[in-house]
Design a protein around this ligand. Structure first.
Ligand SMILES: *Cc1c(COP(=O)(O)O)cnc(C)c1O
Length: 239
């Protein structure tokens, strides 16, 4: 099954010359590569539901509460995907149409989200270089933030980090670096966001609870579909 799915997805090399009987691989690229088991289907079919807009959906309410607590933030909100969660987060950091949020040159937002923050959100992605350890170069941040008081310049209202940093080999950015950026962002009245699609892994890597690892972020989003066993869904947390 797995080999067939690899071949269908174009991973021909991986599927060639390996007999199914000798191959035992668990596919952790994304939970979207797996299908729900009977227990998950049962849980979905039997979930107590209601109107979420009126706050009458007990299952959604519980997830919102549990996630806000787990991430140590005031509130949480389900979104259908990580891309949607990033887009909403970028828009929430925007003062007015024409503001900018700093994103890393190797970030998911930069590479894989069709520039939605600009085309849908009206937020300019101010791209600064990612270093190989997944951080955004602190010198570059200090050079470009805060925006000078000059009518030619776009106003930077937020900084977005990613951890683990997918395109930097899945690096779990250091808590000390996050604190340094937070201090600098706060001093300059700029919001700090984490694309924490796989932040669970980063927290575990650094031996911290999720709450501790994400404490410096004003807003963050996490994917339920990246190694958490859930086929869809992201959650935004913040004020
Ligand atoms: C997967 C991923 C996303 C997007 O999540 P989708 O649910 O696929 O839209 C965003 N950021 C990072 C770092 C990711 O790995």
């Amino acid at each position: 099954m797995f080999i067939r799915s690899l071949a269908q997805r174009g991973f021909k090399k991986a599927a060639v010359g390996v007999s199914q009987s000798t191959l035992s691989i668990a596919d952790f690229r994304s939970d979207t590569c797996t299908t729900p088991c009977d227990k998950m289907r049962d849980a979905m079919a039997n979930a107590v539901v209601g109107d979420e807009v009126y706050g009458d959906d007990p299952t959604t309410n519980k997830l919102h509460r549990d996630m806000a607590e787990l991430l140590g933030k005031e509130a949480a909100l389900i979104t259908t995907s990580g891309t949607q969660a990033n887009l909403i987060s970028m828009m929430l950091m925007n003062d007015k149409i024409g503001s900018a949020v700093v994103i890393g040159s190797n970030s998911h937002i930069m590479y894989y989200e069709r520039g939605g923050m600009a085309s849908i959100g009206g937020v300019f992605g101010y791209i600064l270089p990612n270093l190989p350890d997944g951080t955004i170069d602190m010198d570059a941040l200090k050079y470009h933030v805060p925006s000078p008081d000059n009518p030619h310049k776009v106003k930077i209202t937020g900084i977005s980090l990613e951890s683990s940093q997918n395109n930097c080999g899945g690096r779990a950015i250091q808590p000390a670096y996050i604190s340094e950026v937070k201090k600098y962002a706060k001093k300059n009245k700029v919001k700090l966001h984490l694309d924490g699609a796989r932040a669970w892994n980063s927290a575990l890597y650094h031996g911290l609870s999720m709450k501790e690892y994400v404490k410096d972020f004003d807003i963050l989003n996490v994917c339920m579909s990246k190694g958490m066993g859930c086929p869809a869904l992201s959650v935004i947390a913040g004020t």
